[in-house]
Design a protein around this ligand. Sequence first.
Ligand SMILES: *Cc1c(COP(=O)(O)O)cnc(C)c1O
Length: 401
Amino acid sequence: MLDHPARSRWSVQTQLVHDGLDRSGFGETAEALYLTSGYVYESAEQAADRFSGEDEGYIYSRYGNPTVSLFERRLAALEGTERCVALSSGMAAMYAALACQLRAGDHVVASRALFGSCLQVITSLLPRHGITYTLVDGTDLSAWEAAVKPQTRVFFCETPANPTLALVDIAAVGAIARAAGVCFVVDNAFASPAVQRAAPRGADVVTYSATKHIDGQGRCLGGAVCCSEAFYEEHLQFFVRHTGPSLSPFNAWTLAKSLETLDLRVSQMARNAATIAGFLETHPGVERVSYPGLPSHPQHALAGQQMTSGGTLVAFQVQGGQPSAFRAIDGLNLIRISNNLGDSKSMVTHPATTTHRVLSDEERWSVGITNNLVRLSVGLELAEDLITDLDQALNRAQREG
Ligand SMILES: *Cc1c(COP(=O)(O)O)cnc(C)c1O
C-alpha cells in the first residue's frame, strides 16, 4: 500500500488521482494540458510583481508551468518530500541534483554499481569542473565511512543497482551521511516510488527517471528531483532556472496521468517478477538468479525493510556463457530485446554488451556483470505466458549449445 504520514487528509493513492488538479473555467473532468511556453499579464504592474516575486503566478515555462506543477505535486506527495522539480529526463535530474550543489574542490562518494550515464557524470563530467570522486562497494557500510574526506559534499547511489540488483542500505548510509554533514542523493528509478520511498528512509534528495516505471508505457522521457524546500531554495531552483532542463508540459501531462495507475501497474509487474524469479531458480538452464524478493538474494532481509516488494527486475545467469545467453535472448518470442525497463511490455537485455559495454572487463566483473548475465524487466503480460516464453527459449539455448 502506498501510504505514509500524510500532509494531506487523503491517502497517497487518493492524492495521486486528485492532487494538483486545478480545473479551468470549463470544468473538465480530466486534467487540462497547458501547452504554453509563456503567460500574459493583466498590466505592466502585474508583470513587475511577478518578476519581483510579489505575485506568485507563472512567468515562463522554463521556470514553471501548471501541467508540470501538477506532476510535481503528485510525485512529491508520493515520495513524501516538500518539493519535487520535474525535468526533461532522468539524467537531467541526476545531473541537476549533483551539479546544483557542487563546486570545484568538492568531493563525491558514489556506489560503484551505477547506471552508465550516472557513472559518466561522476567520473568524467564533474571532474572537468574540479570535482573529485571515490567509488565504493555500495553494500559495504565501512567503505562509505572510510571514503569521507573533509571536502566530501555528496553521497550518491542507486538501489537496487542496475543490473545486478545488489542493494544499498538507505537508512544506514543516510546515517553515515548525516554524521559527516554530507548530502545523500539516491537515484530511485530502478525501484520506482511505488516499491521504495528513499526520502522517508534517510535520503536527502531523491532522483527519478520518470521514463521508466512512472510513464511505464514507453511514451516519453522525463525526470524529477524530490527534495526539501530548503534544498530547492538554496541550490536547485537557481540551477534549473538558468540551465533549462525543463520538462515539456505534454510529457508532464502523460506522466501525471501515469501516476494515477503507478501502484496498480508496478504491484502487478512485481508479482509477475516474483513468480518468474521463482521459476527461473528451478530451471536447469539457469545458473543463478538475483531478485531481492527471493530468499536466495544475499540482502533479502534488507529488501524486506526498505522495499514493499522485490521490484519488477530480475537478473539471471544462463548456463553455458555468453553464446548460450545470446541464444536464450534470441529465442524469446513474446519478451522483446530492449535496454528500456519498467515498461508494461516485458524486455530483456544483455548488460555486458549493451548498457554496460563501456566498462572495462575488470570494472564489469567487480560489480558482478558476467558475460552470461541477462536482465529481465517484467511487464504486465500474464506471468504464465512469460514463463512459457522463457522456458522454451532457455530449453532451446541448452539444446543447441
Ligand atoms: C534510465 C535511468 C536513468 C536515466 O534516465 P533517462 O530518463 O533515460 O535520462 C538514470 N538512472 C537510472 C537508475 C536509470 O535506470
